[in-house]
Design a protein around this ligand. Structure first.
Ligand code: C2E
Ligand code: MG
Ligand code: MG
Length: 752
């Protein structure tokens, strides 16, 4: 081509250049033998050199980026491929992208290779941006930790956009110096001496507004930096010089959250050994990079919140049930591996429900929150604390000994007992604690929880406000306990329908007067025949009914039935007969009881004095003042009251003196051995003396043998009840027994 120029076709040439310019491409010719090149004016402009005739390759390619020089020269001098894309650092337009294409590679004897040169900066930038955006998204979307992925982001930006060194700065809280920006993530190309600059960077921290990075953080605006080695605004001049870095771009990573607050998680900086990177495309991309990092930060923050919510009990801030169980399982695995021991403490608050019911859920919540705080204050470091639901809490603690576990349990009991203040009201409760130990009482989460629960249940049964360490002495105890719990639940469910389904009925056990040998009264004893035909004794279902408050309904049914039956007995000539009716504790705390009973007695036309209400000492001791006041009202209305199972409770003699009762029943346990055992005999005698001196009737119950009966008679006992005399009977059996009896007047006579 150069030769062609020599033949003076200047006019044709000019129009060819015009065409080149219009089509935005330049041409080049390389004379192999001489190693010289000539370029068209358009190509010269692309290469940012003067137009002119043949020159050396070095002179022509002086502005080509160093890394691209060798492959470009290879393409021109001995082309293996047909095209190569390279960068030119121009004085006015910064870094530009060119594509050199070989058009003709003449035969070996032909001395000239020719080609064209196209400025592809725009399309190249667009393609790079698109690809980088895609790659960044890929990197960030799947990441679970921003810190891990940030170095990969820096590397990708450097590689795709031609930067040698990049870093991410974040604000760190420093107790001595306040908040300072520090660089924790950086990447640089290998093969460049950039280590010194990296070291200087990681050694540095800065305040907001200090240095270029600090200014970018504070202002939220990106900045270019040129001539880093001598730029007074730049804090790392010396290391920039020794590392050969010249220009860079620093920009903030910002985002605005849904609540409208602007967040600035960090600052990114990228540097190059090339000067005048101004026109490089980082500014165009910085918003995209910042937005992607910000989105990821937001996503990770949201994930962290969700993760937290999934593990934490919102009310108390303790681990929730599922997280506590998961932690316990992990603890079992690790303790098995390292042959460690630990303890599980299962804590159930006593009397929490009444507080919740009486004072409302807000109060209940305050108590639970306060208890959680107290719990945290007594547990040793490293303990896991959880709220398993409602008023149940649990702890996992490293276990040195049973004594240490007991000691901790005592502290927990103490903080549970300390009064809870709510708007000036003092609320008191207590806790029942069951403890199980790994590995003795279980090696898995369910086993350990079952054992701790069993121990806790024992505490509840024995009066609460205490702690019990699970004992393996009876290996089947868990199974038994579970079976009994299951039975309790099913009984409670069926009991709800028992009255409506007419599954309850009463039997009557006569109480005889030994002096007249006639029937003095009878005790109504409830029975429940379940739908499946099973007969359930009151000892089993009455405590369950008491716990579920079904007892009130059942109690009223018993009373109504007893009144109705008594009325029938009067019609069958059982004159002056008394019916004893057993009462539950919760019935006796009901101030309405006297009115309800009065109404029933009136409705069935039986005198109130023919009804004796039996209550035990235990019931009396629960809320003595309230119960005694109900008793007085009942007495005023004419009802009689008998203290059942006397001798088993703890009522004081002074209290007994003032109780509005009419009779007492010597507990069966004293009657049992009365003929053999001196002390039982002495107790029975003492009760009789006490009763009589208080002018009370004393009834001995549970008489099974003649010896017991004679002994009781001997001690002056007049009223007797027991299998020996008569088993509990249905009303019909009682009436037919009476009609067969020779003795009339007051029902049936004693069988002997
Ligand atoms: P309790 O009031 O002490 O009733 C006496 C219990 O002793 C009855 O058991 C009776 O069948 C039993 N018994 C009577 N004589 C003998 C005897 O010679 N030997 C033996 N071994 N036992 C004898 P039962 O009917 O199983 O009642 C158990 C408890 O259930 C009662 O003890 C009472 O506390 C409660 N109960 C029964 N009916 C009712 C009721 O209608 N309401 C309430 N709240 N409790 C009831
Ligand atoms: Mg009784
Ligand atoms: Mg009794």
């Amino acid at each position: 081509m150069g030769d062609k120029l020599d033949v003076g076709m200047a006019g044709l040439q000019d129009s060819a250049y015009a065409l080149e310019e219009a089509a935005a491409f330049g041409r080049w010719w390389y004379r192999r033998a001489l190693g010289q090149i000539e370029v068209s004016p358009m190509a010269a402009s692309c290469l940012d050199i003067e137009t002119g005739s043949w020159r050396t390759l070095e002179g022509c390619l002086i502005n080509v980026a160093e890394d691209d020089l060798v492959p470009l020269i290879a393409l021109i001098t001995a082309p293996q491929t047909t095209a190569f894309e390279f960068r030119v650092v121009t004085a006015n337009a910064g870094l530009r992208w060119m594509r050199a294409t070989v058009l003709s590679r003449e035969a070996p004897d032909t001395p000239i290779t020719s080609g064209i040169l196209v400025d592809i900066t725009h399309s190249k930038h667009a393609a790079i941006r698109e690809r980088l955006g895609f790659e960044l998204t890929e990197l960030l979307v799947g990441s679970a930790q921003l810190n891990e992925v940030i170095v990969n982001v820096i590397q990708l930006v450097c590689q795709r956009l031609g930067w040698e060194w990049g870093a991410y700065w974040m604000m760190e809280a420093s107790p001595q110096n306040g908040d300072r920006l520090a660089c924790r993530h950086l990447w640089h190309r290998t093969g460049h001496d950039l280590g010194t600059f990296s070291q200087a960077t990681t050694d540095l921290t800065m305040q907001p507004e200090e240095g270029v990075v600090g200014q970018v953080w504070a202002s939220g605006c990106a900045q270019w930096i040129e001539g880093m080695a001598s730029n007074p605004r730049f804090m790392r001049q010396n290391s920039a010089r020794s590392s050969g870095l010249q220009s860079g771009y620093i920009f903030p990573v910002t985002y605005v959250s849904q609540d409208g607050v602007q967040h600035r998680p960090g600052v990114l900086e990228f540097y190059s050994g090339l000067a005048r990177q101004q026109e490089a495309q980082l500014p165009l991309l910085s918003a995209t990079i910042g937005a992607l990092i910000a989105q990821t930060t937001q996503r990770l923050e949201r994930e962290a919140v969700i993760h937290r919510l999934a593990r934490i009990d919102e009310l108390t801030g303790l681990s929730n049930r599922s997280h506590f169980h998961a932690g316990l399982t992990e603890r079992c695995i690790s303790a098995t591996k390292h042959h460690e021991k630990f303890g599980l403490m299962y804590i159930d608050l006593d009397r929490f429900k009444p507080i919740n019911d009486a004072f409302g859920h807000d109060t209940g919540n305050c108590v639970l929150r306060e208890f959680a705080l107290r719990l945290n204050s007594v547990v040793p470091p490293g303990a896991a604390v959880g709220r398993l639901g409602g008023d149940e809490f649990a702890l996992v603690v490293a276990c040195s000994s049973d004594d240490a576990l007991s000691e901790l349990a005592l502290q927990v009991l103490e903080v549970a007992r300390a009064p809870f203040l709510y708007h000036g009201v003092e609320l008191t409760l207590s806790a029942s604690i069951g403890v199980s130990r790994f590995p003795e009482n279980g090696q898995t989460t369910p086993e350990l929880l079952r054992s701790a629960d069993a121990a806790m249940y024992r505490v509840k049964q024995n009066g609460r406000n205490s702690c019990d360490i699970f004992s393996n002495s009876n290996p089947s105890s868990i199974a038994k306990l579970q079976a009994s719990l299951a039975q309790r639940l099913s009984i409670e469910t069926e009991l709800h329908h028992a009255i409506a389904n007419k599954e309850l009925f009463l039997l009557y056990q006569p109480i005889f007067d030994v002096s007249s040998s006639l029937m003095h009264g009878m005790e109504a004893l409830i029975r429940w025949r379940r739908a499946n035909g099973d007969l359930v004794p009151p000892d089993v279902f009455i405590p369950i009914a008491e716990q579920s408050h079904l007892i009130v309904e059942i109690g009223q049914w018993v009373m109504a039935q007893a009144c109705a039956d008594l009325s029938k007995l009067y019609h069958a000539n059982f004159n002056d007969l008394k019916v004893h009716v057993n009462m539950a504790a919760s019935e006796f705390t009901n101030v309405n009881l006297p009115n309800v009973l009065c109404e029933l007695a009136r409705a069935h036309q039986v005198p109130s004095s023919s009804i004796t209400l039996e209550l035990t000492e235990g019931m009396l001791m629960k809320q003595p003042e309230r119960v005694v006041s109900v008793m007085r009202n009942l007495r005023n209305l004419g009802f009689e009251i008998s203290l059942d199972d006397f001798g088993m409770g703890h009522s004081s003699l002074s209290m007994l003196k003032n109780l509005p009762i009419t009779s007492m029943k010597i507990d069966r346990s004293f009657v049992r051995d009365i003929a053999k055992n001196q002390s039982d005999s002495a107790i029975a005698k003492a009760i009789l003396t006490l009763g009589h001196s208080l002018k009370l009737d004393v009834i001995a119950e549970g008489i099974e043998t003649d010896a017991q009966l004679s002994k009781l008679k001997e001690e002056g006992c007049h009223l007797v009840q027991g299998y020996l005399l008569c088993r509990p009977l249905s009303l019909d059996s009682l009436i037919s027994m009476h009609s067969n009896s020779a003795v009339g007047g007051v029902g049936c006579a004693m069988p002997f």
